[in-house]
Design a protein around this ligand. Structure first.
Ligand SMILES: *[C@@H]1O[C@H](CO)[C@@H](O)[C@H](O)[C@H]1NC(C)=O
Ligand SMILES: *[C@@H]1O[C@H](CO)[C@@H](O)[C@H](O)[C@H]1NC(C)=O
Ligand SMILES: *[C@@H]1O[C@H](CO)[C@@H](O)[C@H](O)[C@H]1NC(C)=O
Ligand SMILES: *[C@@H]1O[C@H](CO)[C@@H](O)[C@H](O)[C@H]1NC(C)=O
Ligand SMILES: *[C@@H]1O[C@H](CO)[C@@H](O)[C@H](O)[C@H]1NC(C)=O
Length: 304
């Protein structure tokens, strides 16, 4: 009788491998974020004979390993070093899930969780299907002269097509002012502050490439400041700051003024009318000839 029941227990444990549970469906991770790859046993398995191995299915790369009662980071593939973690208290609870941090684009693939005991083994697969990303980058600083047009660079890199983003917004950081709002695949005109309404635009043809650079026309001295380019989509959002600096009169105008002073010194009273002429033309970056009784020559006013 005793022998019979022992045999019964042996048959049950050896023929019925332990059950493993994986994710219910494909997983979604955020670029730079972390994702949990579920893998757990119905009942905790004895630690002394437990081995848990996480691998990629497309290569033999070892993502993480638990063996002989210990986590073995030294056998991990370089790509996952410091990024793959078992859960503290996980092994005792039969929870062999893997926490993958600092998610990269290359992490979007299939993984396999293999669990071994002395008698049995089982495995499940987990797929990271989508790597969600919303990354906004800009060039940090831009400068312009009063009256000119300036481009403030902003690029939106996302798995979401630009037209399907909730919105992309340009605003003044220092003054809480909306400069431009892009929503439903178009610029929303009324939402911008009146100071910018007719002066701010995007490069429409560049939007499909994620180029949301701001084109600001007829720059004014008060445009100087910090601009935020911000993109929103569902729970994701990202932004960058661009500083518009160096607003002043165009250098050609300054150069023209300097030349005027020289001209004045040379020609005194005689040069004054030509001088005014020189300043107004210098603005348009053209040649201006200066004639007087004392001096004859050409000033080349070069734009820079
Ligand atoms: C993960 O990202 C954080 C913050 O961005 C960084 O401090 C850390 O060094 C990164 N870890 C690895 C292993 O790349
Ligand atoms: C395993 O642990 C993680 C993190 O604590 C938890 O989210 C998950 O639900 C656990 N799995 C099971 C089957 O208990
Ligand atoms: C804007 O971006 C383009 C392309 O990356 C670059 O060539 C250009 O120099 C940038 N403009 C500024 C003002 O940084
Ligand atoms: C965006 O497009 C404009 C116009 O073609 C260009 O001047 C600018 O450099 C582009 N910016 C980036 C970041 O590609
Ligand atoms: C942009 O979308 C976010 C949510 O996705 C919302 O909170 C925000 O108010 C929107 N901004 C504008 C200017 O519409």
């Amino acid at each position: 009788m005793a022998l019979e029941s022992l045999l019964m227990v042996w048959i049950l444990t050896s023929s019925e491998a332990f059950l493993l549970r994986g994710p219910a469906g494909p997983l979604v991770a955020q670029l730079g974020g972390s994702v949990l790859l579920p893998c757990s046993a119905e009942t905790p398995l004895p630690l002394e004979e437990l081995e848990v191995e996480w691998r990629r299915t497309d290569s033999e790369a070892l993502v993480h390993l638990f063996q002989e009662g210990e986590v073995r980071p030294e056998s991990q593939s370089y790509d996952y070093s410091g990024r793959a973690h078992f859960l503290t208290e996980g092994f005792a609870a039969g929870n062999y899930s893997l926490l993958l941090t600092n998610v990269t684009r290359a992490d979007g693939r299939d993984y396999i969780c293999k669990v071994f005991t002395n008698l049995d083994s089982n495995e499940i697969t987990a797929e990271i299907k989508d790597i969600e990303r919303l990354v906004v980058t800009g060039t940090g600083v831009a400068s312009a002269y009063v009256g000119d047009e300036v481009t403030l660079n902003c690029s939106v890199d996302s798995h979401i097509p630009p037209g399907e983003l909730d919105n992309v917004t340009w605003k003044r950081k220092d003054q809480e002012m909306l400069v431009l709002v892009f929503r439903y695949d178009q610029i929303v005109p009324v939402s911008a502050h009146e100071l910018y309404r007719d002066r701010a635009d995007l490069f429409t043809a560049e939007i499909p490439k994620g180029n949301f650079s701001l084109r600001l026309k007829h720059v004014r001295p008060e445009d100087k400041g910090e601009y935020v380019c911000e993109a929103h989509s569902g729970h994701l959002s990202a932004s960058t700051i661009i500083v518009l600096q160096g607003l002043g009169p165009p250098p050609v105008l300054i150069l023209a003024l300097v030349l005027c002073v020289i001209a004045l010194l040379l020609a005194l009273g005689l040069g004054v009318p030509s001088c005014i002429h020189l300043v107004s033309n210098g603005k348009d970056r053209i040649y201006t000839q200066y004639h007087s009784g004392h001096f004859e020559g050409t000033f080349l006013v070069t734009p820079f």
